[in-house]
Design a protein around this ligand. Structure first.
Ligand code: GPU
Length: 835
């Protein structure tokens, strides 16, 4: 391709190709140029928001140059690429990350100072890109960071929601949802109006015979919507690789805006069609670990899968390879079952459009896909009603039936006369209406299925997917324990700690090889080092105390023990256990003499997290937390001994302030319910200790850091089923301390007790599904140990340092390399190798 362009032309391009700024002076020049021309402002009306935009645009220019080079290079070398399909990418802010990755943050800081701005003020102007709910979306974002850093040729594919996850406001203790319109002035995306795909819906299937008499199918659609690509550059840390996140936006197909209607004066209906098309990418569904089966959600899924596959197939076809080589060139990872339709769509393209035989096509499909499961909760396993699918995607339903037929025939051969097995593993659930089980398609159509922590991967093999292990053997199933990117979650969130570690280890190599942290253990007894460590934690707590003051108005004593639980509000994550524990603590404090109180470690219980708007129980938990806060925080008798804080609108940028500031954080899900958890890793990596159940990745964190460095409590996963059974058949005994907490609530101590009826009755009367009562005693006792151990600050510091030193395993880079080796079979490509 390159050689076809004449040398003089290439020379002219090279000469004028955009220059990258490399010095402070050049940064300032780029900054001022963008302020004055791109933004049409000047010295006189350049506020902090403009300063952010100017800086972002200067860095964006750099990224896009690297982006272009990366894409060219990846195309020329023509090696296998990874495509990460996720309905959620919880990216957070981009500017700080871009500056650190490019390595020019100090240059920008000095340049901005010359021009009258503090870099922190500019950074904090940026609106979070909040295209996700929680851990699943954040994991996707960590993947992108790590894949670019490790030089893997990789693309993310997602939806460009006009509205990301709602903004949470707390009004009179209740959660209110405010739309998050985040797209105005977003410098990080590049609209590609020339990259569009027409996506079909509805209609019917036409059967016909081709010239050779072969029976063929053609989907004659009833509606077409256009997908438009928006690209977001993803810089790696200190590498030339800048990968791409392609987000699809929906709009009316050019043919759809009905000019006839328009010309006839029927403007409203012409515009209405336009708007219907745009609804597809309008809003992110705000549920975490829950699927509700709404048609618009299915439309989103197909729209995004079909557009992405069209793009991937188009790229493959340019190479003129045989179809059989598709899996050698393309690995597609399904982030949960949300993109499962991509399996069906690829099979459809191969047989209906490209004319391959079924078996050959299906071999290609299986070779291409990998599926990651993120939950065993039954309410989160996706099922779509057959009539809904029949109507929206008639051809896909036929193909699903065929996949199922061939699959069940093969099962029948291996397990003759086992009808129960057939009905259990069938893609179709024989209910009314019949349902399509998406996880079954994902397993049958992938060569690897993985869970996200050891316990979780064992659970899927022994419970929900047990039959499939018998059918396929254990090799199709594997575990890859989650991780986090140390760039954002240590270096960016906790620059002082990162610098201290770098000083001790002689450089920042640990940011790309986190196992190097183990060298820190040699300094555990170094007194000065311990002091510096403690000093950094203290400063981070001050920073959080300022945030708390800003958003809640409450002043907290930064010398208190900061006890944090931030994550989506969910009964299985058990924020209710935490707040009941707080009430218990309050009652204990009230019962003490002033002398006894003097010995108490002051505590701040900090909560944060969003509830799905339709999740009544979760909203009641938030209301209880705020109601307890309102009473406790103004109780003069208690003062600093206990403060309760709910930080509204928990998001990625707040997490970056909260994680480095915890003394202890809570990861207290009912054993066997939290697939992995990833905030547990973020807190430990920042020197916080954790209290947790034997669940998800807590178990592996314990194995790595040592059980003397973690506060574990509660029943084990293997006992949960039995306990639940006993609640119903053995009589239910409420824990006496929890009983006292409930009585206090019922007396009206925290306001009208009827607001908390369902919270209490779910435990007292309805079987306590999440075992709050069973774990209460051990939870309270463990918190007493926390208090005691916190008083020995030297020991506490030793635990903190030792834990950080042993966290190397939880780097996202280890995760990415494991996927690359055991699922994708892809190799890195170092752009810098090229002249
Ligand atoms: N997770 Br399913 C979500 O955040 N949302 C979901 O809808 C589903 C799973 C989380 C798991 O709850 C968490 O344990 C895990 O660490 C995370 O995915 C990433 O694997």
């Amino acid at each position: 391709v390159e050689a076809s362009i004449p040398e003089p032309l290439r020379e002219a391009w090279r000469k004028h190709s955009a220059a990258e700024f490399t010095s402070k002076d050049e940064f300032e020049r780029e900054f001022v140029r963008h302020i004055e021309t791109t933004l049409a402002r000047s010295l006189y009306n350049c506020d902090e928001l403009a300063a952010y935009s100017g800086t972002a645009l200067a860095f964006r220019d750099r990224l896009i140059i690297e982006w272009n080079r990366t894409q060219q290079r990846q195309t020329f070398t023509d090696q296998k690429r990874v495509y990460y399909l996720s309905l959620e990418f919880l990216m957070g802010r981009a500017l700080d990350n871009a500056m650190l990755n490019v390595g020019m943050k100090d240059v920008a800081r000095d340049g901005l100072a010359d021009l009258g701005f503090r870099i922190e003020d500019a950074i904090s102007q940026e609106h979070d890109a909040a295209l996700g709910n929680g851990g699943l979306g954040r994991l996707a974002a960590c993947f992108l960071d790590s894949m670019a850093t490790l030089n893997y040729p990789a693309w993310g594919y997602g939806l460009r929601y006009r509205y990301g996850i709602f903004k949470q406001e707390i009004v009179n203790g209740y959660q209110m949802e405010i739309p998050d319109y985040w797209l105005d002035n977003n410098p990080w995306e590049f609209p590609r109006h020339d990259i569009t795909v027409d996506i079909q819906f509805y209609g019917h299937v036409r059967k016909y015979q081709d010239e050779d008499g072969k029976v063929c199918h053609s989907w004659e659609a009833g509606e077409t919507v256009q997908a438009v690509a928006y690209d977001v550059p993803i810089p790696g840390y200190r590498t030339k690789t800048t990968n791409n996140l392609r987000l699809w936006s929906s709009k009316a197909s050019s043919g759809e805006f009905d000019f006839q209607k328009f010309n006839a004066g029927d403007y409203e209906s012409a515009v209405a069609d336009q708007q219907t098309a745009e609804t597809i990418s309008a809003v992110l569904y705000p549920n975490d670990n829950l699927e509700r089966g709404k048609e618009l959600r299915l439309k989103q899924q197909y729209f995004w899968c079909a557009a992405s596959l069209y793009d991937i197939v188009r790229r493959f076809k340019k190479t003129n390879r045989a179809w059989s080589e598709f899996p050698d060139q393309v690995a597609i990872q399904l982030n949960d079952t949300h993109p499962t339709l991509a399996i069906v769509e690829l099979q459809r393209i191969l047989i209906d459009v490209e004319g391959l035989e079924w078996d050959e096509a299906w071999r290609i499909v299986i070779g291409t896909f990998g599926y990651t499961n993120h939950t065993v909760l039954p309410e989160a396993l996706e099922k779509w009603s057959v009539p809904l699918m029949q109507n929206l995607l008639p051809r896909h339903l036929q193909i699903i039936y065929d996949i199922n037929l061939f699959f069940l025939q093969s099962v029948e051969k291996r397990f003759p006369n086992d009808r129960d097995m057939l009905s259990r593993v069938s893609i179709i659930e024989e209910s009314h209406p019949k349902m399509v089980r998406m996880a079954h398609i994902a397993i049958i159509g992938s060569h690897k299925v993985n869970g996200v922590a050891e316990l979780h991967s064992d659970l899927i093999k022994t419970t929900i997917f047990k039959d499939f292990v018998e059918i396929y053997g254990p090799d199709r199933f594997t575990n890859v324990t989650n991780g986090i990117t140390p760039r954002r979650w240590l270096h960016q969130a906790n620059p002082a700690l990162s610098a201290l570690i770098a000083e001790k280890l002689g450089g920042y190599e640990f940011l790309t090889d986190l196992t190097l942290l183990d060298k820190l253990e040699a300094f555990v007894d170094d007194k000065k080092f311990r002091q510096e460590w403690a000093h950094i934690k203290a400063n981070n707590k001050l920073r959080l105390a300022r945030l708390i003051k800003d958003v809640t108005g409450y002043s907290v004593n930064p010398n208190s023990l900061f006890d944090v639980q931030v994550k989506r509000i969910h009964e299985y994550k058990r924020q209710q256990l935490n707040i009941f524990g707080v009430i218990h603590r309050y009652l204990s404090l009230k019962a003490m003499t002033p002398e006894e109180r003097k010995k108490v470690v002051p505590r701040v219980s900090i909560f944060g997290g969003k509830a799905a708007p339709g999740y009544w129980m979760a909203k009641s938990i938030i209301y209880l937390i705020n109601s307890v806060a309102a009473v406790v925080n103004k109780d003069d008798e208690i003062g600093d001994l206990l403060k309760v804080i709910f930080i509204e609108d928990y998001n990625v940028s707040k997490a970056e302030i909260i994680c480095p500031a915890s003394d202890i954080s809570e990861h207290i899900s009912t054993a066997g319910t939290e697939a992995s958890g990833t905030s547990n890793m973020k807190f430990v990596l920042n020197g916080g200790l954790i209290i947790g159940t034997c669940d998800g990745a807590n178990i592996e964190i314990t194995r790595e850091i040592g059980e003397q460095n973690i506060f574990l409590f509660g029943n084990l996963a293997e006992d949960v089923e039995d306990l639940r059974h006993r609640h119903f058949y053995g009589g239910f005994q409420l824990d006496p301390q929890l009983k006292r907490v409930f009585e206090t609530i019922k007396e009206g101590t925290f306001g009208d007790p009827s607001s908390f009826n369902s919270l209490i009755s779910s435990i007292e009367e309805h079987g306590d599904y999440y075992l709050v009562s069973d774990d209460f005693n051990s939870y309270i006792a463990t918190h007493e140990m926390v208090d005691k151990e916190f008083q020995n600050q030297e020991e506490w510091l030793a635990k903190s340092i030792t834990s950080v030193a042993r966290m190397g395993f939880f780097s996202m880079d280890r995760v990415t390399n494991e996927y690359a080796d055991s699922i994708w079979n892809v190799e890195p490509l170092d752009i810098a190798d090229e002249a």
